[in-house]
Design a protein around this ligand. Structure first.
Ligand SMILES: C[S@@+](CC[C@H](N)C(=O)[O-])C[C@H]1O[C@@H](n2cnc3c(N)ncnc32)[C@H](O)[C@@H]1O
Length: 439
């Protein structure tokens, strides 16, 4: 995880933070590299002061969150479209526009420091970048005020899918939520109300804590002694669908980095956590060590691995497009495509079949994905139930989620979206379904 950006960005940071941000943008938008990797692996990133690291992070995330708006505003300030050669300077323009239109950077710093990025072979574009940014400094706010931000910032394939699934108003509400930095949510091992008070955090009806302060995660009370872990409020719901699990055996498939493993262990279950990535599973072990919780961790392909004996409960958090987490990963709309979903569906089906195989007669299976696409959620369960008559859906009951009944679909499945709890800061998009196996 990258350090959270300072909420008070170092707007006058030296050009090196901007240079690091520019290289990261080239990697994300040019080579479809993930955001964290693109920034973290930059040799210059670690060398930046903490404040400048936060500024680089904020620059990149703002460009990604507002890309459609930024490109439209830049286009409106160009006399003619950029030539293919001048496109090399496009990310510089985007960085400048993010500062001028959304970050409140003083115009002299935003223009002056950003123009210095046109060095080396980009030198011929210095005058163009300077002229466009100066124009944006004047005309930008008016242009932004007239933009349809949710539509512009959402790629066409995602917009079409969300309109089909959630209606025009739903798609608009989801996309609008992606414009905001999400809050920090925590899951607590012990007494959530007591920790809410100690941290000055809000206790959400679903049981998670929402922290809005400035302190970094590792410096907050309770982090070092493992009293809580970072987990989005929606991500904390699927593991709760088993109900009472004290003393039961729960198999957690696709477990890393382990938010759900920790929940299951904290609820008193014996947990086997399986993930095919040894590096990611090492994070589960670290989290278990920090929180003093126990679970057995197994590096394996969950589609092929089988437990020594069938389990009371199996949780499958399947790999997916992660379109429910765009608020936290604003690169997703720009690095993923509709083809990724087509490619993931057979894997999700295979993993579901394997998970079903691990459930003891009378046991429970929870399937979940952090995706807003029904192709990865409810459609997978429809198709599974068609093949597996021994399983049936066990609908969530009103009141089961602390009164947040708007998260329960007519079929009794869990469907959260970034626009849920909008007045409290939203939540990630998750789908989950609870099934049981006949005795
Ligand atoms: C959505 S993440 C899981 C998040 C995790 N459940 C949590 O709550 O922190 C998906 C995980 O699936 C793992 N994965 C993907 N394909 C897998 C497979 N065939 N077998 C086991 N793990 C797999 C990935 O390594 C990744 O860690």
């Amino acid at each position: 995880m990258l350090p959270m950006p300072s909420r008070k960005p170092a707007n006058t940071a030296p050009a090196s933070a901007r240079a690091v941000a520019l290289r990261a943008l080239h990697r994300i938008l040019g080579q479809r590299r993930p955001f964290d990797e693109a920034l973290e692996r930059d040799p210059g990133f670690a060398g930046l002061e903490t404040r400048d690291r936060g500024f680089a992070w904020l620059l990149v995330s703002t460009v990604l969150r507002r890309l459609g708006q930024i490109d439209a505003a830049v286009a409106a300030c160009l006399a003619k479209p950029l030539t293919p050669k001048a496109r090399e300077a496009e990310n510089i323009l985007r960085l400048g526009a993010a500062q001028l239109l959304f970050l409140g950077t003083p115009a002299h710093a935003a223009v002056g420091e950003t123009v210095t990025l046109t060095d080396g072979r980009l030198r011929p574009y210095a005058a163009l970048v300077n002229a466009v940014l100066r124009r944006l400094a004047g005309d930008g706010p008016g242009l932004v005020a007239s933009q349809d931000a949710p539509r512009l910032n959402t790629p066409g394939w995602l917009w079409a899918a969300w309109v089909e699934e959630y209606g025009e108003a739903g798609a608009r509400a989801i996309a609008a939520a992606h414009g905001e930095e999400p809050p920090l949510d925590l899951s607590v091992k012990g007494d959530a109300a007591a920790w809410a008070e100690r941290l000055g955090a809000e206790l959400l009806p679903t049981g998670s804590l929402r922290y809005r302060g400035e302190t970094s995660v590792a410096a907050l009370p309770g982090y070092a002694e493992g009293a809580w872990w970072v987990q989005d409020a929606a991500a904390a719901l699927p593991a709760r669908l088993f109900g009472e699990i004290g003393g039961k055996l729960v198999i957690d498939l696709c477990a890393a980095p382990g938010g759900k493993t920790l929940q299951l262990a904290a609820a008193g279950a014996g947990v086997i956590a399986v993930d095919r990535s040894a590096a990611r599973l090492a994070q589960v072990d670290e989290n278990l060590a920090r929180t003093g919780l126990t679970a057995q961790t197994v590096v394996a392909d969950a589609a092929a691995w089988r437990p020594p004996a069938p389990a009371d409960c199996v949780l499958l958090d399947a790999p997916c497009s992660a379109t429910g987490t765009i608020r936290r990963h604003p690169d997703i709309p720009h690095v993923k495509t509709a083809d990724d979903i087509v490619r993931l569906v057979p894997l999700q089906d295979r993993l579901l079949e394997a998970a079903a195989d691990m459930v003891a007669p009378g046991g429970k299976l929870v399937y979940c994905v952090c995706s807003l696409q029904s192709a990865e959620g409810s459609s997978r369960i429809e198709s599974f139930l068609g093949r597996q008559p021994r399983f049936r859906r066990v609908p969530l009951q009103p009141g089961e989620l602390g009164g947040a009944d708007e998260l329960i679909t007519p079929l009794g499945e869990l469907r959260t979206a970034p626009c849920h709890f909008a007045d409290r800061g939203g939540m990630d998009g998750f789908y989950a379904c609870r099934l049981d196996r006949e005795p």
